[in-house]
Write a new protein. Structure first.
Length: 288
């Protein structure tokens, strides 16, 4: 049944930070989205244990280190000039703390950063990011790139399955259809046996594009189908997306995961986690 999706942007944002430089980019993006969507932002930092400050006398150690960190975090966040921003510092396993605070504040989007390889500036997924991607009931935005402007080029990866409807629906909800591209990686079965492989693949591509447009129409309605571009290529989705993101300077890729199993990759098999790991741009992970 066709559903007309109207823009429904998150009303409460949550940024998970380790207080390191790796999360500066995520903070900048969180502030930008908070301002654009008029959505309050909560910043959460989780710690499992805190070592005493080195070479500092005991009488200078904070009585409550968590409160001291929170006060410092609040002071830093005040420099953003963002109204409605708050901070929480909580002891516990980071992924569990983030998910609990997200539930407490009724967050509709979690943002987080990534580690980076200084030699090659490659984003490296950490355990907390991977856990949030697998377990979060709300979308998780993994920020890799520096903020230069609002998202303008957004790709929704889909295999046209029922599971992948969630990714397209949330992308339309959050960003509208105008800047979206639906990207479908297809397989040209028996192409190697055809005398005219180019003509065969061209015919299949036309059918696949029409299937994509029907899919968009079914998920998001006629308006979205008329505004969203479609790209169909043949090959492995993660490899194709990696090249497409680089060539077209894509700023955000949206993928879906299966909520019931809690495992990444049901939408595109094990490829979803490879997309998250391989593409250079930000990735929005939507639980189906």
């Amino acid at each position: 049944m066709t559903t007309e999706f109207k823009t429904k942007q998150p009303r409460q944002l949550l940024l998970a930070t380790d207080l390191g430089a790796r999360c500066d980019r995520a903070l900048d993006r969180a502030v930008q989205l908070s301002q654009a969507w008029h959505a309050p932002l909560t910043v959460v930092h989780a710690f499992e244990q805190i070592e005493p400050i080195a070479d500092t006398p005991g009488w200078r150690q904070p009585q409550d280190i968590a409160l001291a960190i929170q006060a410092e975090l609040v002071e830093e966040l005040s420099e953003t000039g963002l109204p409605g921003i708050s901070a929480r510092v909580v002891r516990g396993k980071p992924s569990e703390v983030v998910l609990q605070v997200a539930e407490d504040v009724q967050a509709e989007l979690i943002l987080t950063g990534v580690k980076r390889d200084g030699a090659f500036e490659k984003a490296l997924l950490g355990d907390t990011v991977a856990a949030l991607a697998r377990q979060s009931p709300v979308p998780v935005l993994v920020v890799k790139k520096r903020l230069r402007k609002p998202y303008g080029k957004i790709v929704v990866a889909t295999d046209l399955s029922e599971l992948s409807r969630a990714a397209l629906a949330r992308a339309v909800d959050m960003f509208g259809p105008e800047n979206l591209v639906v990207f479908h990686a297809a397989f040209a079965h028996f192409a190697s046996r055809m005398d005219d492989r180019v003509a065969y693949e061209s015919e299949l591509r036309e059918d696949a594009i029409q299937n994509c447009r029907d899919f968009i129409r079914d998920v998001a309605g006629e308006t979205a189908a008329a505004n969203i571009d479609v790209v169909v290529e043949y090959g492995e989705p993660d490899l194709l997306l990696e090249s497409y993101v680089q060539d077209k300077r894509i700023e955000l890729v949206v993928v879906a995961t299966h909520g019931r199993s809690g495992l990444l990759g049901v939408l595109l098999g094990s490829i979803a986690i490879r997309i998250l790991d391989s593409v250079a741009c930000d990735v929005l992970i939507v639980r189906s």
